[in-house]
Write a protein that binds this ligand. Structure first.
Ligand code: HEC
Length: 101
């Protein structure tokens, strides 16, 4: 019974994340990205900066890694984005560049 309960809690948590993720607003993510993120990446990588995500040796390899990286950048540049905004940014970056399942 105890094990069953743990299994259930983990399962709910996992589907909760996937669900929130799918319900994100990629358009809000795109706007946040243009405003807060793109300029600096473009300065370093040229053009629109998207090469930072698509270069062969890019560092983000998993969806969890992407979430972590966006949260890290958010703290690093003291943007103070809310969880919803971080979620939208992750969705936008994944839809357009990383395409993790
Ligand atoms: C002040 C400059 C700057 C700003 C602003 C900035 N970044 Fe970055 N970002 C970097 C640098 C530098 C790297 C690492 C480049 C490297 O690994 O060589 C990076 C790496 C990344 C990566 C990993 C790319 C990979 O290798 O797969 C992601 C994702 C990312 N940034 C997202 C964001 C997001 C989202 C924002 C806005 C909330 C943001 N960054 C704002 C400078 C910046």
């Amino acid at each position: 019974m105890y094990k069953l309960l743990i299994g259930f809690v983990c399962f709910s948590a996992a589907t909760g994340i996937a669900h929130a993720f799918l319900l994100g607003d990629a358009e809000n993510g795109e706007q946040l990205h243009r405003k807060n993120c793109q300029g600096c990446h473009a300065q370093r990588f040229g053009d629109d900066g998207s090469e930072i995500y698509t270069r062969p040796n890019h560092s983000v390899k998993t969806i969890e890694g992407l979430m972590g990286q966006v949260e890290f950048c958010n703290k690093q540049i003291s943007l103070g984005l809310k969880d919803d905004d971080i979620n939208d940014l992750v969705l936008y970056l994944n839809d357009n560049f990383y395409k993790f399942e």
